[in-house]
Structures are given as structure tokens and as C-alpha cells.
Design a protein around this ligand. Structure first.
Ligand SMILES: Cc1cc2nc3c(=O)[nH]c(=O)nc-3n(C[C@H](O)[C@H](O)[C@H](O)COP(=O)(O)OP(=O)(O)OC[C@H]3O[C@@H](n4cnc5c(N)ncnc54)[C@H](O)[C@@H]3O)c2cc1C
Length: 326
């Protein structure tokens, strides 16, 4: 029986939420292959994160626990993950495409003489082979990557590629096994410093009821004021897409999405935001999404409960006037 190994990610005992999405991707891949799923977890103290995975439907949860794995260092993670892969000899090794995976997984794949098929958004089977799809040029083109040759094949899935709420669970509980990576802390040359918490004094949008979020369609920094006035009228806060933060129109702590904050407001009002997968993954918890966009075919309208096809610079002043006047 072939198997699919998914390496879940934890930091300081907390499971990275995209790990569950990767487990769902692994479950779907295994179902298509008629294979088993094994889940791996790597770190110093794994009790808390293992607890979060206890009802996942999988063959077993394999723990590679070693004090040398905390704090994170690629130098220790690669042999730990390598021990896991060698012990299970899987056909596919699936991971969430997190910053940590970007750091250690290429080196892990290379240590097996393989490549990492990174940031995949989906897969399909064709003529007995598995094809993974990756986006190119900011999502303008899709590329098919064929996983051919000897296993293991290493693949990471983009945040939002699979839905965490589609996780197959089993109340009987997952069997737990341990894998000894045989790490020798004295041999490790990398010293990890404490992580930088850029968000310490930043804006916390995670518990806000109304978010007015600006995208590139707002056109210029001067027009951010319109969004701020609308947010004030609605007793809300202002969020932003990544290009708006990258342009310096708003500080990075306003960014919503896979590399920003995840939010769950009652109302998310998107002004001139196209609705890329990386943005929408941060908005999954929103109860109601409303969007204003000049392009009726913008992907945001697929996710939106309400939409206005129009120019934000024309529509927002009218909304402010209506709300303040009303
Ligand atoms: C690894 C990675 C991580 C990423 N992380 C994030 C993330 O955390 N958050 C994030 O947001 N993005 C992220 N991105 C970028 C993401 O892929 C998109 O490029 C980005 O979300 C697009 O931002 P946007 O919608 O503001 O801009 P665009 O895609 O340029 O869309 C602008 C929209 O405004 C509309 N528009 C133009 N003029 C007007 C007008 N006058 N009135 C109304 N509508 C108008 C257009 O029709 C268009 O739909 C990430 C990308 C990568 C590769």
C-alpha cells in the first residue's frame, strides 16, 4: 500500500492553521491514489499540537520530538523530517506552503535527490500520473507539474488551496507513534535568535466587527482617506490588500491575507480588491462580504454576498453621505 505523508507544522505548541488544509489536500490525494495518509509532526514539545490532531482520519500520527528542534532551525528540521520520510517511505510528502516550509523543504527534497513542487493549488491524475498545478506571474498563468520518476515526491500546497472544514475526522482517535531522529544538538552549528514580533504594537483586526478594506483599485494614497471615513461611519477599522501595504499607502499591520492577518468580521467591505486566493484566505471567517469593483468579472464577486459594479471613488462618497445622513 502506498502512502501519503503530510508534515503538519506547529510553532510553540500551536498548530499552524494551514496544516489542516494540507491534511485535507493529503486526504484527497490519498483517496485518489487508494493510499493511506500518515501525519507527521516535528518539534520540541508536541503534546499540545498532537492533541489538535487527535481526531484526524489517518493511519497514524508520527511524532519526531527532540529538544534540539526548538527553536526552529532548518539544520535540525531537515534531518528530523528526513528520518520521518525514510521511516515511512511515502509516495508523496505533502506540506503547507508556509514560511517555515519554504525554508527547510527545498533542502529536504534535495537531500532525497528530488525537487519541491511548491505552492501548488490543486492536483489531478492523468494517465496514471499525478499532475500538480502551480500559479505563475501572480496567478495570470497556471503551470502543470508532473510528478514523475521514483518516489518520494515533495509538494507544498498554497494557503486556501483546500478547505479546513472538509477535514475527514475519526472520533476513535488517531494512533500515535514516535520516530527517533537521532539528533546530536552538539553537532548543530546554527544558533537561532528569538523571532521578531513585528505585530507587537500593530493593528489587531482579528476581533473587529466591520472592516473596510482597500485594494489597488483605490488608485492612490490620498484616496485611503475615503475608506477611513467610511470605516468611521460604520464604526469599523480599515484593512488592506498586500499591494496597498507594499506601496506604503498603509502600514503592513493592516494587511489581510495569507501573509497578513486573518479576520472574521460581521461585515467585510472590499473596495477595489480583485479577490486573489492569497487575500481571500484571510477573509474566510467573515460573515458577510460586500465588494465594490469596476470589473464585474473580478473573482471577489464569487465570494461576495453583495456587490456593486462601480468606481469606488464615485460609490464610497455616496455611501458615506447616506450612512452619516441616515
Ligand atoms: C506568497 C504570496 C503571498 C501573498 N499574500 C497576500 C496577502 O496576504 N494579502 C493580499 O492581499 N495579497 C497577497 N498576495 C498578493 C495577491 O496574490 C494579489 O496580488 C493581491 O491580493 C492583489 O491585490 P488587489 O486586489 O488590491 O490588487 P489587484 O489584483 O490589482 O486588483 C485591483 C482591483 O481593483 C479593481 N479596480 C480598479 N480600479 C477600480 C476603481 N476605481 N473602483 C473599483 N474597483 C477598481 C480592479 O478591477 C481589480 O479587480 C500574495 C501573493 C503571494 C505570491
Amino acid at each position: 500500500m502506498t502512502n501519503v505523508l503530510v508534515i503538519a507544522e506547529q510553532r510553540g505548541g500551536a498548530l499552524n492553521p494551514h496544516s489542516i488544509e494540507a491534511v485535507v489536500g493529503a486526504q484527497k490525494l490519498a483517496a485518489a491514489l487508494g493510499a493511506d495518509v500518515d501525519v507527521g509532526l516535528i518539534g520540541g514539545d508536541l503534546d499540545a499540537a498532537a492533541g489538535e490532531l487527535k481526531n484526524v482520519e489517518a493511519k497514524a500520527l508520527h511524532l519526531v520530538a527532540d529538544p534540539a528542534l526548538e527553536p526552529y532551525r532548518a539544520e535540525a528540521y531537515v534531518p528530523a523530517a528526513s528520518a520521518l520520510v525514510s521511516a515511512l517511505s511515502p509516495q508523496f510528502v505533502v506540506m503547507p506552503h508556509t514560511y517555515l516550509v519554504r525554508d527547510f523543504a527545498p533542502r529536504l527534497a534535495a537531500s532525497f535527490g528530488r525537487v519541491l513542487i511548491s505552492d501548488s493549488i490543486e492536483f489531478r491524475h492523468e494517465n496514471g500520473q499525478t499532475v500538480f498545478v502551480r500559479q505563475l506571474f501572480q496567478g495570470k498563468l497556471n503551470a502543470d507539474i508532473l510528478a514523475s520518476g521514483d518516489h518520494p515526491h515533495f509538494v507544498s500546497f498554497q494557503a486556501g488551496a483546500f478547505r479546513a472544514d472538509e477535514l475527514a475526522t475519526d472520533t476513535a482517535g488517531i494512533a500515535t507513534q514516535t520516530v527517533d531522529a537521532g539528533l546530536d544538538a552538539g553537532q548543530l552549528r546554527t544558533q537561532a535568535k528569538a523571532p521578531v514580533h513585528e505585530m507587537a504594537d500593530g493593528v489587531d483586526l482579528s476581533s473587529v466587527d466591520v472592516i473596510v478594506s482597500v485594494g489597488r483599485g483605490i488608485q492612490s494614497e490620498e484616496n485611503i482617506d475615503l475608506a477611513q471615513r467610511l470605516a468611521k461611519a460604520l464604526n469599523g477599522e480599515v484593512g488592506a490588500s498586500r499591494p496597498v501595504c507594499d506601496a506604503g499607502w498603509m502600514s503592513n499591520d493592516h494587511q489581510i491575507g495569507s501573509s497578513g492577518q486573518s479576520v472574521s468580521p460581521k461585515l467585510y467591505l472590499a473596495l477595489g480588491i480583485s479577490g486573489s486566493i492569497q487575500h481571500m484566505v484571510g477573509v474566510k471567517g467573515a460573515k458577510t462580504i460586500a465588494a465594490i469593483n469596476t470589473d464585474a468579472k473580478a473573482p471577489i464577486f464569487k465570494a461576495a454576498d453583495y456587490g456593486i459594479v462601480g468606481d469606488v471613488l464615485e460609490v464610497v462618497p455616496v455611501l458615506i453621505e447616506e450612512i452619516e445622513g441616515g
